[in-house]
Design a protein around this ligand. Structure first.
Ligand code: PMP
Length: 375
């Protein structure tokens, strides 16, 4: 039977208790949300929503074509200009997702004969970029600039190191300044995925590269998503103008993909302008994460100290993590649950996200529920 093998895989998943299911969320969900990536609480902010609505009215429901044909509007250009300015880079290029932005950056900057040095904890979209690229990938130990140096030292041609800035599972930060120094010692480029840093790190949410003093560097390229702190959908690559021009001409996920939907561009631009007007939102998200970690630790839970807004809590097993998240949900709290195969190290976790708009009372309630449902 066609696709018969998928039934065997499904059975193995069922036996391991690792079946994933979709749970459509009603617009008026009563759950306290510590699961989304809406770090600044802007996804449903009236200005974000108005930005989306105005853009849809002006430009329609979709971009109508790829960016090089009809899919580039003045709104895309405005978003790219303001994103680049906010993060301190010369140019930016918007994509329909952060995933597509990562595929573009890695594939277009790692040609045949090049070396890609990739952190073992990198996000799936960077990993897939490495798989699609013509260059050869060497995976190195997590957050280890010396391992990056060693790998770069073995190669003669063009090279690039790729890393998340804030790792999506444990919320720990990459040693960006040391990574950049390692790359510079070998004339290699550095591509960093700031999906979890934009809007959270840096004094006013300018992101991890800016916070590390790397903004505007001619050997650093930053990818971002518009779907987390900016409460919209889409992604972008930021860097030197010559890199952006190269992506326009060479990146397949830019050239062959329909442009970012105007409503998404409008929402992201409105959220970005709000953040630039109210830069304290970034510090507030970091403070909430710190408070969440302190409360969890005080309750005797094993939580990783957050470098941004992601707070990871260890669970004893994948099954326990699934049950723990379900029990939280029954008690009115939405939390993320990471387990194999999403986490290759076998450690399962609850993944909590701090939001700038969470109150002290909400944090207290969340930690009480997590403590009471602890396996
Ligand atoms: N990089 C990281 C680190 C992420 O966590 C995500 C989203 N899960 C992405 C890239 C992909 O971004 P998008 O959702 O915009 O495709």
């Amino acid at each position: 039977m066609a696709f018969g093998w998928i039934d065997e895989q499904a059975e193995l998943r069922r036996r391991a208790g690792l079946v994933r299911t979709l749970r459509p969320r009603p617009a008026d969900s009563p759950l306290l949300d510590l699961a989304s990536n809406d770090y600044l609480g802007l996804a449903r902010h009236p200005e974000t929503v108005a930005g989306a609505a105005a853009a849809a009215r002006a430009w329609g429901g979709g971009a109508t074509g790829s960016r090089l044909v009809t899919g580039s509007t003045e709104l895309h250009a405005e978003l790219e200009r303001e994103l680049a300015e906010h993060c301190g880079f010369e140019s930016a290029l918007a994509f329909s997702s952060g995933y597509a932005a990562n595929l573009a950056a890695v594939t277009a900057l790692a040609p045949h004969g090049s070396l890609i040095v990739s952190d073992a904890g990198n996000h799936a979209s960077l990993i897939d970029g490495c798989r699609l690229a013509r260059g050869t990938t060497q995976v190195v130990a997590h957050a280890d600039p010396d391992a990056v140096r060693k790998a770069l030292g073995t190669h003669a041609g063009p090279a690039v190191a790729v890393s998340d800035t804030v790792f999506s599972v444990d919320g720990d930060a990459a040693p960006l300044a040391a990574l950049a120094a390692a790359c510079r010692a070998y004339g290699a480029g550095l591509v960093v995925d700031d999906a979890h840093g934009l809007g959270v790190l840096g004094e006013g949410g300018q992101g991890a590269a800016h916070a590390a003093g790397l903004a505007g560097a001619d050997d650093v390229v930053v990818t971002v998503t518009l779907s987390k702190s900016l409460g919209s959908q889409g992604g972008a690559v930021l860097g030197p103008a010559r890199v952006v021009e190269h992506l326009v001409n060479a990146a397949r996920t830019f050239i062959f993909d329909t442009g970012l939907a105007p409503a998404a561009a409008g929402a992201a631009l409105a959220a970005l302008r709000l953040l630039r007007r109210e830069p304290q939102r970034a510090a507030r998200a970091r403070a909430v994460a710190g408070e969440l970690h302190a409360r969890l630790t005080a309750a005797g839970l094993e939580a990783v100290r957050p470098d941004a807004a992601v707070v990871s809590v260890r669970a004893p097993s994948p099954e326990a993590a699934v049950r723990w998240a379900a029990d939280c949900r029954s008690a009115g709290l939405a939390v993320g649950c990471f387990r194999p195969p999403s986490v290759p190290d076998g450690i399962s976790r609850l993944r909590l996200t701090a939001r700038a708009d969470l109150s002290g009372a909400e944090l207290e309630r969340a930690v009480r529920v997590i403590g009471e449902t602890r396996p």
